[in-house]
Design a protein around this ligand. Structure first.
Ligand SMILES: [Zn+2]
Ligand SMILES: [Zn+2]
Length: 263
């Protein structure tokens, strides 16, 4: 499996992706908002884009569909429940569906509600697993729930699906928000040495060559995986003095998401 992360350099800081089969040159474009860049890259590599996949229905993920499909004839894949919000879906996806790209790439569809209620992530079946996670999981962060989502669902997705993946899983998010979110982690957990050193490392990174994190690293530096940290809980108590003596991880997650909304 070949992965190209495409930095759009737009105001929303989107990452688009091309996933290609090295044997056949067939490729899938994930959320190809910057259709010109994605098409040019595929052309330069000699790849044929045969599928477009949207992780979810937001315009900064679907906005390039039309141009890529017009240029390539690619099929459009998205969550089955997005059929009324994304025009022209050829294949509606559900949990456990396997998507093939060429002869060598297999991607498993995870149904990952929370950012929106019709959001999918893709997990590659490769030696080193890779997760294409749209706006569900960001480097050091979690998607917001303002536009059709729900924080309790997002917690459930993190706790039951994402946290269970192997630590070596490579993380390919839909946006470059790493600096902001590391600062948020450090605001919540000032004694997080791993987050501090990572911020020093990536603070001025070139998004064209962005760090690709792993799930194991995220568990160290992402506040939304740090739900048992005594510092995180103590700092949360300062913001929400009415928290019960025993605070459960779901409450920590939901309150962190609430604080992030106004941070
Ligand atoms: Zn979104
Ligand atoms: Zn987005």
């Amino acid at each position: 499996m070949i992965v190209e992360q495409v930095w759009t350099a737009n105001a929303y800081r989107n990452f688009n992706y091309l996933i290609a089969c090295p044997e056949t040159g067939e490729a899938m474009a994930i959320d190809p908002l910057d259709h010109a860049k994605c098409l040019a890259l595929a052309k330069a590599k000699g790849w044929e884009i045969t599928q477009v996949l949207n992780t979810h229905e937001h315009g900064d993920h679907t906005g390039g569909n039309k141009a890529v499909i017009a240029a390539t004839g690619a099929k459009l894949l998205a969550h089955a429940n997005a059929k009324d919000s994304i025009p022209g879906i050829d294949q509606g996806l559900g949990a456990g569906d396997v998507i093939k790209v060429g002869s060598t790439v297999e991607l498993e569809c995870l149904d990952t509600p929370g950012h929106t209620m019709s959001h999918v992530c893709l997990l590659s079946r490769s030696d080193t697993p890779a997760l294409f996670c749209g706006d569900t999981l960001f480097n050091a962060g979690a998607g917001n729930c303002h536009n059709g989502g729900h924080p309790a669902e997002l917690y459930h997705t993190f706790a039951t699906q994402l946290a269970a993946l192997p630590g070596a899983t490579l993380i390919y998010p839909g946006h470059d928000y790493i600096t902001n979110y590391l600062e948020f982690t450090l605001d919540r957990e000032p004694d997080n040495a791993a987050a501090k050193s990572l911020l020093a490392e990536v603070g001025d990174q070139d998004p064209d060559n962005a760090l690709v994190s792993t799930l194991g690293l995220e568990k160290e530096i992402n506040a939304f995986f740090r739900l048992h940290s005594p510092t995180v809980i103590a700092r949360l108590r300062e913001a929400f003095p009415d928290l019960p003596d025993e605070v459960d991880p779901k409450t920590v997650f939901v309150k962190l998401r609430e604080l992030r909304n106004s941070w």
